[in-house]
Design a protein around this ligand. Structure first.
Ligand code: SAH
Ligand code: SF4
Ligand code: F3S
Length: 451
């Protein structure tokens, strides 16, 4: 007897995490239950990522062992959601005979229908992309907790030449400001303390009522001064002054910007269709630092893009030295079929790609360690997320600038509290500190935190 239990495994970026919650919301509304145990599931769904070849290889590996599992469990429905569904479509059903349903990011409303048919032995594919779907009216299913991801827009129109996302996620479109604010109110009522607004390029958020991303951030900040608001990802081209001033004005809008640079060479940036130069990028960083004192930055970097020379690579290291990022996500270029860069020759050999990537990683680690060391002796406000990974004698949380801080646990301080901490020690990944006092909540715009 089927219990209509669905298990979802999520790969890729936070957009997929948010989408899985939308999918669970849709399933719950249609009489399905969600399980976190694959062995008790009637339906197993993998929400997949195509961004680099190794992301897809991991999922193929997982499909391989699920195939074995399915052989021993006839009747189990196996589905692929997300970006690989768009990229591989029929292949997944025809070549990998194990998959029953393939559903792309804009067809999740039809999941119950597809599962129903799959129960009767009918395979199904739904991969149409939409210009308008935002799942505005769906309440995502979330466990209680501190932090929530909220998708505020979908798709991407930037067409960076290396990237599959515009093909797997379709055209850019924004949810309405009002529905996002309603969602934050619900989360506030449930005791959430942090929301992260998500989009591939949140700076081009623009809803039908004419609100832009700065308007959305300002409105989000006003819902509950105990809720911190984060956002990701920003494309350097659309980061407006209005946005920077809005972040500076509201103390619960986090002073942290993820601003992928990808490369420090203008020639490579042009081949990537990133639409900015390294000079423009560095000016933007300077401006942001003036408007938002203490703002932290992280970035994404690709090593070994087609035609990248040693000189181009050194320019990337140079930009890293100039910006001094707090953190970075660093990748080897991976050719993706269907993109413009796929037609360029992937001419940087594997060994050189790896060597350059390692130099980038080593440099970033040194910079992160130095930046963190410079914070020793200062005070910061931490949102307590729970005990530290290593010991129940320590609590851990993050600063507004997204740095992990570990400090000795004390009575009266628990998960969800804001505390002022004095930083006493650091590594490249973690700050250590001592408790000073509890902080009540974030103040109204223009004021400092109240103790
Ligand atoms: N929308 C975000 C990025 C989404 S993908 C932005 O524009 O910043 C996350 C990161 O993966 C990208 O910033 C890029 O650094 C990396 N990436 C994307 N496609 C890649 C590829 N083909 N090879 C290697 N890295 C890639
Ligand atoms: Fe991909 Fe560029 Fe869009 Fe980011 S902005 S998702 S890297 S195309
Ligand atoms: Fe991967 Fe798709 Fe996100 S390709 S990074 S899951 S948008």
């Amino acid at each position: 007897m089927r219990q209509n239990n669905v298990y979802i495994e999520t790969y890729g970026c936070q957009m997929n995490v948010a989408d899985s919650e939308v999918v669970m919301g849709i399933l719950k509304n249609n009489g399905y239950s969600i399980t976190d145990k694959p062995e008790s599931a009637d339906v197993i769904l993998l929400n997949t990522c195509s961004v680099r070849d190794n992301a897809e290889q991991r999922i193929y590996g997982r499909l391989g062992n699920l195939k074995k599992y399915k052989d021993g469990h006839p009747g189990l429905v196996l589905g692929i959601l997300g970006c690989m569904a768009e990229r591989l479509r029929k292949d997944l059903i025809e070549d990998k005979k194990v998959v029953d349903i393939v559903i792309g990011p804009d067809e999740y409303r039809r999941i119950p229908e597809f599962i129903h048919h799959a129960y009767h032995g009918e395979k199904g594919i739904g991969v149409k992309l939409s210009k308008t779907e935002t799942y505005d009216d769906i309440i995502p299913y979330r466990e209680d907790g501190l932090s929530a991801w909220i998708s505020v827009m979908r798709g991407c129109d930037k067409f960076c030449t290396f990237c599959v996302v515009p093909f797997t996620r379709g055209r850019e479109r924004s949810r309405s400001l009002s529905s996002i604010i309603e969602e934050i109110k619900l989360l506030s009522g449930r005791g959430f303390r942090e929301v992260t607004l998500l989009g591939q390029n949140v700076n081009s958020y623009y809803d039908e009522a004419g609100f832009d991303f700065a308007d959305l951030l300002a409105a989000a900040a006003m819902v509950d001064r105990k809720i911190r608001v984060r956002f990701t990802t920003s494309h350097p081209q659309d980061l407006s002054d209005k946005l920077l001033y809005t972040i500076a004005e509201h103390s619960n809008l986090c002073n942290y910007i993820h601003l992928p640079v990808q490369s420090g060479s203008n020639r490579i940036l042009e081949l990537m269709n990133r639409t900015y130069t390294s000079e423009h990028y560095l000016e933007l960083i300077d401006k942001a630092r003036k408007i938002i004192p203490g703002v932290s930055f992280s970035t994404d970097i690709i090593s070994g893009f087609p035609a990248e020379t040693l000189e181009d690579h050194l320019m990337t290291l140079d930009v890293m030295n100039k910006v001094r990022y707090d953190g970075a996500y660093m990748f080897k270029y991976s050719p993706r079929e269907g993109t413009k860069a796929f037609k360029m020759e992937d001419d940087v050999d594997e060994e050189t790609k790896s060597k350059r990537l390692q130099q980038i990683i080593d440099l970033q680690q040194r910079i992160s360690a130095e930046v963190n060391q410079s914070l020793v002796g200062s005070n910061d406000t931490v949102l307590v997320e729970g005990f530290s990974k290593k010991s129940d004698k320590y609590l851990a949380g993050r600063t507004d600038t997204n740095k992990v801080v570990v400090f000795p646990a004390i009575e009266n301080v628990s998960t969800g509290d804001y505390v002022k901490v004095k930083i006493s020690k650091s590594t490249s990944a973690t700050l250590f500190g001592d408790f000073i006092e509890l902080v009540d909540k974030y103040s109204v715009p223009g004021e400092r935190l109240t103790a």
